[in-house]
Design a protein around this ligand. Structure first.
Ligand SMILES: [Zn+2]
Length: 455
């Protein structure tokens, strides 16, 4: 079966020179003049990308899809549609579902739901401990060997706080070439915490979540990972001190990677003065000096990855008083626009570096570049012969997000009413569009209206 190829005509590839990109047979077939020449003979379909950017398909290392168990918040189908609309070609689905993704059966279920929906490659994250309880290790080997091929393990939402359990987890994941993605939060230091501990929490009289509760776990875990020669990844780094610890660890050659969310790169704890629970998130929004340190950390490569921590909630869990509201924000559809605002337009990152932080590094950390994945590989590279996953971004399409106009079921975007400078306009997965003109392509192969799975 040979579908007609696609030509993405005249995009600035990785923000560099204007080139056309030809997608054929699931791959990037050619760039530049060769792409134009081959497209003419093959009756290619054309996306006019003048003034737009072409990036390797984005990979999210940290997404909450909520299924199974909280289908009132999001499903694999709605969340992966949101991912396609936001420019993502693959997402890692976090394990804090109900039941928890702590067994081969649950990760395989999530993997199949993602494959059948067909909007984006859904890579399940396996829990580190049974039930996220922090006590007994989950079926790490069985999840790694399952069809879901789990390589990222996380109790996200909870910290693996017991140092002996964390040590054993690091030893187990090493054997499957996996990584522990730690939600760094010392639980004893954050009991009842409602926001960042600092001058704003003092003004508001809300219980604080101190920076040291994150930094103490980050410091411990880089030392543990070095001791057992295994990989640790720090989820959603939020403080200047954590950035400094990761920087020192990398300088010593320790096996640590780190991520930051778009919201921690743009928003501060001053937002909490509104008492609008849309700004309640874990880890909490921090001080302006933390935001500045996070931006510098992404710029100098201390922070490897920008990951969304997309966390949709049903309205009733968010639209209530601050103390009762759930923690979390949606992020898949706003990520690229926020990154442009926080890092590109302000000179911290080039678009090629955005591709490194939002595609290449997360693909490598999640081992999506493994040749054994075949057509489902993600390399984070946009070059001839690479998988045909491409994100097309319009850096001039200023827009104002509003909850009602998003694909996610979650209405909890902290960027509602805020002008973002650009947005993803098209996403290609294995050479076929999953989103065009900023919306999911409902007749994309594999979409439900086309009657079944992509493969
Ligand atoms: Zn977390």
């Amino acid at each position: 079966m040979n579908a007609r190829p696609w030509l993405i005509r005249g995009a600035r590839v990785l923000g560099g020179p204007v080139q056309s990109v030809l997608l054929r047979d699931g791959l990037v077939a050619a760039l530049g003049q060769a792409a134009e020449r081959d497209a003419a003979g093959a009756h290619a379909r054309v996306l006019d990308a003048g003034g737009l950017l072409a990036l390797p398909g984005l990979v999210d290392l940290h997404t909450h899809l909520r299924e199974p168990g909280r289908e009132d918040a999001e499903t694999v189908e709605t969340g992966s549609r949101a991912a396609a609309a936001g420019g993502f070609a693959a997402v890692h689905a976090m394990a804090n579902t109900s039941p928890v993704a702590d067994s081969a059966g649950v990760v395989e279920q999530v993997w199949r739901l993602g494959r059948d929906a067909g909007w984006t490659d859904v890579r399940p994250v396996g829990a580190v401990t049974v039930g996220l309880a922090g006590e007994r290790l989950a079926e790490i080997g069985a999840m790694a060997d399952s069809p879901a091929r789990v390589r990222v393990f996380s109790d996200d939402g909870h910290c693996v706080a017991d140092p002996l359990v964390m040590r054993r987890a690091l030893e187990y994941v090493r054997a499957v070439d996996g990584v522990v993605a730690q939600h760094a939060q010392e639980p004893r230091l954050t009991v009842g915490a409602q926001m960042n501990e600092g001058s704003v929490s003092a003004d508001l009289g809300l219980p604080g979540w101190p920076s040291v509760a994150e930094e103490a776990i980050v410091a411990r875990d880089v030392l543990l990972a070095a001791h057992v020669r295994s990989r640790v990844h720090v989820c959603h780094v939020s403080t200047a001190g954590s950035v400094e610890i990761v920087r020192l660890a990398k300088r010593r050659g320790l096996p640590v990677t780190a991520e930051v969310t778009p919201h921690h790169l743009l928003l501060t704890d001053d937002e909490v003065r509104s008492y609008d629970p849309v700004f309640k998130v874990n880890p909490p929004l921090r001080r302006p000096e933390d935001v500045a340190a996070l931006r510098r950390g992404v710029a100098d490569g201390t922070i490897d990855v920008i990951a969304t921590d997309h966390a949709p909630h049903p309205r009733e869990d968010k639209e209530c008083e601050w103390a009762a509201a759930a923690m979390g924000m949606t992020g898949l559809e706003t990520a690229l626009g926020v990154v442009q605002a926080a890092l590109v337009d302000s000179g911290f990152l080039t678009w090629a570096e955005v591709a490194e932080r939002m595609s290449r590094a997360p693909a490598v950390i999640g081992r999506l570049d493994d040749p054994a994945l075949g057509a489902h590989r993600h390399t984070g590279r946009l070059a001839a012969g690479e998988p045909g996953h491409v994100t097309v971004h319009d850096p001039g399409a200023a827009w104002t997000p509003s909850p009602g106009s998003m694909q996610t079921m979650g209405t909890n975007t902290p960027f509602a009413g805020r002008l973002l400078p650009g947005r993803a306009v098209a996403t290609f997965l294995r050479g076929e569009p999953t989103a065009l003109d900023g919306v999911p392509v409902d007749d994309a192969p594999g979409a439900p209206s086309a009657g079944g799975g992509r493969r």
